[in-house]
Design a protein around this ligand. Structure first.
Ligand code: TXA
Ligand code: MG
Length: 340
């Protein structure tokens, strides 16, 4: 199959992409978080193609994207007050809400669960496309399963060229990590995946919000994942990533003393001067938003330079930094070295 690369700023490209989706095809789409791989969420056969193109395990459910709050009513059993409050504050935007699903949701979307994840993205091209198609769109991140999520159309093409009908190029993503996922199907509500909307912000609106154990820790043997996506090794570059939890001096000294062929550093901006190994920077030390925006591109660049062992600076798990930490410890297979 030839994958068309379409310019998201052109109205005719939106119509072309909408036509492909109405016909049951797949389109890579820009959102404010990461690029998504979209299909008609109400068509189980179309949704099944997403799993095939990504090589995604069938037991990992998808997020359904809408372009107006009212579209939520058709997708879930009931819209509780908490959902209205969250939507009021954070939609359109990088937050996904999980609720008991309506019968209209195909099993391919919910992977057999009785809940569905819904998000109203803020990216103008994503909203225009949902409107033009007149359909809710099921969309996971548009990477091959196990690869870092794509934050540019080029990343999507690198992973899926020849496997999907089209990619809508809307430029680099503003947030850079996937949406915050909160379930309202439990009491109290629970954060399943940190993202651009922070735990602190969710608590301001809802009061009590629990953080799922899988946000910071590997899933224990025999424990069922609240969010199936959490149990897979994710976001991995080909290299073995090790997080170094220390100040910069101890990090620099450790890295420079452990430098062999294929060693690389994933560090903060401006730190490369002190390091004797190849470096990829992923933002300023105190700029969690920039770290989120840069992380996935940095992980892909480590593959481009053929890094074998990567020593990474340890993100602060605060605010949006919690999302950065959550992604990076998965890329590192939870390997963290505490120094000093
Ligand atoms: O920002 C985002 O959320 C991006 C863009 C494209 O919207 N999408 C995205 O989708 O990151 P994906 O499939 O890569 O991640 C969805 C996560 C997975 O961890 C999945 O297990 C979880 O949400 N999830 C989806 N439906 C769920 C449900 N009903 N219950 C629990 N977890 C669910
Ligand atoms: Mg994903």
């Amino acid at each position: 199959m030839r994958t068309q690369l379409l310019d998201a700023n052109k109205q005719e490209a939106i119509f072309t992409a909408a036509r492909i989706l109405k016909d049951g095809g797949l389109v890579g789409i820009p959102t404010e978080t990461v690029y998504g791989l979209a299909a008609n969420a109400l068509n189980g056969k179309a949704v099944a193609k997403i799993f095939a193109a990504k090589g995604r395990p069938m037991d990992n459910p998808l997020i359904v994207h809408i372009s107006e709050f009212n579209q939520l009513y058709k997708l879930v059993k009931d819209v509780p007050e908490a959902a209205k409050k969250l939507a009021d504050k954070f939609w359109p935007g990088p937050m996904t809400i999980i609720l008991p699903k309506a019968d209209i949701i195909p099993d391919e979307v919910s992977a057999g669960l009785d809940t569905v994840a819904v998000r109203f993205p803020s990216h103008p091209a994503a909203r225009a496309l949902i409107d033009a198609a007149g359909l809710p769109l099921a969309a996971p991140s548009a990477n091959l399963s196990g690869h870092p999520s794509p934050t540019t159309a080029e990343h999507v093409m690198n992973d899926l060229n020849g496997k999907i009908e089209a990619v809508l190029d809307g430029g680099p993503c503003g947030v850079g990590v996937e949406s915050t996922v909160i379930t309202l199907a439990t009491n109290p509500p629970r954060l399943l995946r940190p993202g651009g909307i922070t735990l602190e912000q969710l608590r301001e609106v809802l009061g009590e919000v629990e953080m799922d154990n899988a946000v910071l820790n590997p899933l224990q043997n025999g424990v069922r994942a609240a969010s199936p996506g959490m149990k897979y090794k994710h976001y991995s570059p080909k290299a073995n990533v090790i997080i170094i939890d220390s100040d910069f001096d101890a990090y620099r000294s450790y890295v420079n003393h452990h430098s062999v062929e294929g060693t690389a550093a994933l560090c903060y901006n401006g730190e490369d001067a002190g390091l004797t190994v190849p470096t990829i920077c992923y933002g300023g030390e105190d700029d969690y938003g920039e770290q989120a925006r840069e992380l996935f591109d940095a992980l892909r660049k480590l593959d481009d330079i053929h890094a074998k062992t990567v020593y990474a600076r340890c993100p602060e798990p605060k605010g949006v930094g919690l999302a950065v930490y959550n992604r990076l410890i998965r890329a590192a297979g939870f390997e963290v070295l505490h120094l000093g």
